[in-house]
Design a binder for this molecule. Structure first.
Ligand code: GLA
Length: 722
């Protein structure tokens, strides 16, 4: 719900459990006055920090009487060059060549529902009753530049989505050199910053550090959101944790260069800004033109990180993920990559499908190596025609379908091998800059999808395969970061627009494919989870979480990923490698979108039996995991020996608890306190028939000492209401 108090000039944005309050101050400054637990009233003007002067900081000329400085004020959308020396969200280079920017409040509008931000990915709202949108227009009187600040407030979960449309309403061209999506000013610094760092095969590792004076945060200038840092950050009150404390979550719906930064100032206030990374970014705006920033998703939880995560999960499941597979059951797949790498032919793949079918697996995915002359990673990206020396595609696809299995295929659309027909014909279609040799990565260059002609070519090539054969699933990969970032079509004055244009090109391609092939299930991938972000989730409901399939390593990756992203989005497969037995592999993979990544011909009779049982469990728990709520009971960043998590159904009538022993500890009791149950309900433990109240399970805990086995073992406990 959004209200505007005309008399007090206060905007109050209420979600079920949070309030966000902004005020129009003297001289039409827009201030961020409160963000936290829901308030019944809005008597917040005392929070405007009127009396703190910032030494040496200039004051606002129009309100000189009480020396008001924007450098000490909680600015809602901070700008550059007018005396607020902290991080700014907007910096506009004007006709005079300087970047002094000023924004003052002009007007507002409140509407039901949520505006469409296409071509940018965004949260959407099909039912206007679920959310309302506030648009506040700000204006720079000197340049005529306007910024319309959009806030969509959800009535169903504690989410506020923010983005900004910057319009050049003046007579002269301007250049945006910072155009961030959102800022939040908090009046304290007693928070810890949580971010998700990583690298290939070690994605989204939880990292927590106390805020310190100055700037701290995460960013990417790799052309993608990246393995290195996820476009996610959280602030949690000092001493807070999984279930207690104020937690603020920040996530950017964007797959390219980003920045999320927190700056603690001289008054111990914290400013968080987020948006496109300003490094290597500029955008030219001619008179009348406008620029839309990506969307920032902001969550507040008064019950620590657990509730923050569940809020993100609900928001993304309901308002981000689209298409047939938003609700439809995802097929249980087997992928050829770890089973065969590039070494396969028609018969080998058919044998995978045959053996897989015997265990109940539902789809065969043919990974890299089926196109051009690709037998290793040195060639053929960009040549998206069947390698007929290797494959009889019609026989393969027909045979697999005749078995009753679905069929999936791998692509890496935004890449080009220097050894390819496409590169020989169009060397200028690779991303490059004049006068410098391109730096290869995994022996490939990046394809310039900022160009429409390039996108048309790739779309056409891929369509001829996708339309000729019945393809049920498409794995969309991206296996290097972007260097020598430039396009043959961009003039020098637009060179710094490249990175954003590149991502807009990617989104356009994905949009075309998802519209043309609404029945195909898309799974995003980037060397595992190098583009695990909400921008990608808008187009593909699941993402390959990591090339690391070792279950113990996966725990850290999946726990980290779960801070922000729901279980349904995490591709999780059982593979032949990894240091545990198949049962633990299955228990860990069951958390995500389940599958296998191995040669089923090589499974022993005993392993095959385990796979059959796992397939049955996958079906049994599918709805509970897909639609239930996640509780991180023991996180691997808190405990080096064991970790545990559970899914509890929305109606609290059932729960599945999984425990993994990472390192066995001798002679120690293990009593696990569950979470999220109804204290008044009674639950039967399926394994031994014992009945316990939800209260007992949560306050006294389940006694599990005897179930804990050796290093790398796991077990599950299924509880159902009686
Ligand atoms: C990436 C993916 C793998 C596989 C290979 C194929 O590394 O993460 O799953 O698809 O590419 O080259």
């Amino acid at each position: 719900m959004i209200t505007f108090n005309e008399e007090k000039k206060l905007f109050k944005l209420d979600t079920p459990a949070s309030s966000y309050i902004m005020g129009v101050y003297e001289a039409d400054l827009l201030l961020c006055l409160y963000y936290g637990k829901r308030l019944p009233d809005d008597n917040v003007w005392a929070l405007a920090r009127r009396n703190i002067s910032a030494s040496f900081s200039p004051v606002v000329p129009e309100i000189r009487d009480h020396w008001y400085s924007t450098d000490a004020a909680p600015m809602e959308y901070p700008v550059n060059g007018r005396g607020d020396f902290r991080l700014s969200a907007l910096s506009v280079k004007n006709k005079d060549g300087n970047t002094v920017t000023d924004l003052r409040y002009v007007s507002y509008e409140i509407t039901p529902g949520k505006p469409d931000m296409s071509p940018l990915p965004h949260l959407y709202c099909e039912n206007d009753a679920d959310c309302d949108t506030l648009a506040i227009t700000m204006r720079d009187a000197y340049t005529g530049v306007e910024a319309v600040l959009y806030y969509t407030v959800f009535n169903t979960c504690d989410v506020i989505a923010k983005h900004v449309v910057i319009k050049n309403g003046g007579a002269d061209a301007v250049i945006l050199d910072r155009a961030l999506s959102a800022g939040v000013d908090l009046p304290a610094m007693d928070y810890d910053l949580i971010t998700l760092w990583g690298r290939h095969v070690k994605e989204r590792q939880f990292e927590r550090r106390p805020l310190a004076h100055g700037i701290q945060g995460v960013h990417s200038k790799r052309g993608v959101s990246s393995h290195a840092q996820n476009p996610f950050a959280a602030l949690i009150s000092t001493g807070g944790g999984e279930d207690v404390g104020d937690a603020y979550g920040f996530n950017l719906v964007y797959s390219g260069n980003f920045e999320i930064a927190a700056e603690v100032d001289h008054n111990a206030s914290t400013r968080v800004v987020m948006g496109i990374d300003p490094t290597d970014f500029e955008w030219n705006l001619a008179p009348g033109e406008s620029f839309t920033t990506p969307e920032a998703v902001i969550v507040y939880s008064d019950e620590g990180l657990g509730k923050m995560s569940r809020t993100f999960h609900k928001a993304y499941s309901e308002y981000l993920i689209r298409g047939k597979y938003k609700k439809a059951k995802r097929p249980l797949l087997i992928n050829s990559w770890e089973a065969a790498y590039f070494d396969f032919d028609t018969d080998k793949l058919i044998s995978f499908a045959q053996r897989a079918k015997e265990t109940g697996i539902e789809m065969l995915v043919m990974d890299d190596g089926w196109f051009g002359k690709r037998n290793d990673d040195t060639t053929s990206l960009g040549d998206w025609y069947i390698n007929t020396d290797k494959l009889d595609m019609a026989r393969l696809v027909d045979t697999v379908h005749a078995m009753g299995l679905k069929f999936g295929i791998w692509y890496e659309p935004e890449m080009i091998s220097p050894v390819s027909d496409l590169y020989r014909a169009h060397p200028d279609w690779a991303v490059h800059v004049p006068g410098r040799e391109n730096s290869p990565g995994r022996q490939q260059y990046v394809l310039d999808v900022s160009r429409e002609d390039v996108r048309d070519n790739i779309f056409g090539q891929m369509c001829s395969v996708l339309k000729n054969y019945k393809i049920d699933y498409l794995k969309w990969d991206f296996n290097r970061n972007v260097s020598e970032a430039g396009s043959a079509l961009l003039p020098p004055e637009r060179a710094h627009e490249f990175f954003h244009r590149f991502i807009l090109g990617t989104y356009d391609l994905m949009d075309r494919f998802t519209k043309e092939f609404p029945d195909i299930l898309f799974e995003n991938c980037s060397g595992g989870g190098g583009r695990f972000d909400p921008g990608m989730l808008y187009f593909s409901p699941q993402i390959w979480t990591s090339d690391n399939t070792d279950p113990i390593e996966r725990l850290m990756i999946q726990f980290g990923t779960s801070l922000c992203y729901p279980a349904s989005t995490m591709g999780a497969h059982v593979s032949a490698c990894g240091r545990t037995g198949y049962r633990t592999k299955g228990d860990v993979a069951l958390w995500g979108t389940y599958g296998y990544e191995l040669d089923p011909n090589k499974l022993s009779a005993e392993e095959k039996q385990i796979v059959k049982e796992q397939v049955a469990e996958y079906h049994k728990y599918y709805r509970l995991i897909r639609e239930g709520e996640l509780y991180r009971l023991i996180a691997p960043w808190d405990n080096a020996f064991r970790c545990a998590w559970s899914f509890v159904s929305q109606d609290k009538s059932e729960a599945l608890v999984t425990v993994v022993t990472m390192r066995q500890t001798q002679e120690e009791l293990f009593r696990l306190k569950l979470k999220g149950l109804d204290p008044g309900k009674y639950y039967r433990n399926e394994a031994d028939g014992e009945v316990y109240s939800g209260a007992l399970l949560m306050y006294a805990g389940l006694e599990l000492t005897d179930l804990c086995g050796d290093d790398g073992t796991s077990f599950k406990v299924y509880l159902k209401e009686v």
